[in-house]
Design a protein around this ligand. Structure first.
Ligand code: SF4
Length: 164
C-alpha cells in the first residue's frame, strides 16, 4: 500500500479504530451486514440527489461546490473527528490535483446541521500525518488491540472481533 492508495475509508477507520483499518486493508469487509452502513446509503439516496459524487481514485467525496468547498453528507447526528479527518483528506487530495480546496462542509440531514472546517495549514499538516499513520497501521505485522466492548457497539466488525 502506498500513500496514493489511502482513501477516505482508511482515514475514517484510522480515527474510529486502528484494528478496523488493519482488517480493512486485508480485504475483510463485513459492511454489507451493517445496518449503520445501510442507513448511510439510504441517507445518500434521499438527500442532495442533484449532485454526483466526485471520484478521486482511492477517495470518493460527495461533491465540490463552485467555491471549492468539499461537501460530505453524513448519516450520523453530529461531526466526529473521523468525519473531519475525511474532509481534510479530500481537501488534501484535491489540492494534489491542483484544485484549491477551501475546506470541508459536513451535512447532517438527521439533525439539519451543517459544519464548516477550513483547510488551514494545520489541517494540511494533519492530513499528511494521517496518511503516514494509515500506512504504518497497514504495515503492522499483527492486528492492533480491540477497543473496549462498549466502544465497539455498532461496528460492522463486531462479530469478527468478539467471536472467540
Ligand atoms: S469490533 Fe471493535 S475492535 Fe473490532 S474493528 Fe470494530 S471497533 Fe475495532
Amino acid at each position: 500500500m502506498e500513500a496514493a492508495d489511502v482513501g477516505g475509508v482508511h482515514i475514517k477507520y484510522l480515527y474510529h479504530c486502528r484494528r478496523q483499518l488493519w482488517l480493512y486493508v486485508r480485504g475483510i469487509r463485513p459492511e454489507h451486514l451493517s445496518t449503520a452502513v445501510q442507513l448511510g446509503e439510504a441517507v445518500h439516496d434521499t438527500s442532495y440527489t442533484r449532485h454526483s459524487p466526485v471520484d478521486l481514485g482511492a477517495a470518493r467525496l460527495d461533491f465540490v461546490d463552485g467555491g471549492h468547498w468539499v461537501h460530505e453528507v453524513k448519516s450520523s447526528s453530529r461531526a466526529s473527528p473521523a468525519d473531519q479527518a475525511q474532509g481534510r483528506h479530500y481537501c488534501h487530495r484535491l489540492r494534489g490535483l491542483g484544485i484549491e480546496a477551501q475546506g470541508a462542509v459536513l451535512h447532517y440531514p438527521k439533525t439539519r446541521r451543517t459544519q464548516r472546517f477550513p483547510y488551514t495549514p494545520e489541517a494540511k499538516a494533519q492530513a499528511e500525518a494521517d496518511i503516514v499513520e494509515v500506512l504504518a497501521v497497514a504495515a503492522a505485522p499483527t492486528s492492533p488491540e480491540r477497543l473496549t466492548r462498549s466502544a465497539c457497539r455498532g461496528c460492522s466488525f463486531t462479530d469478527y472481533c468478539w467471536t472467540e
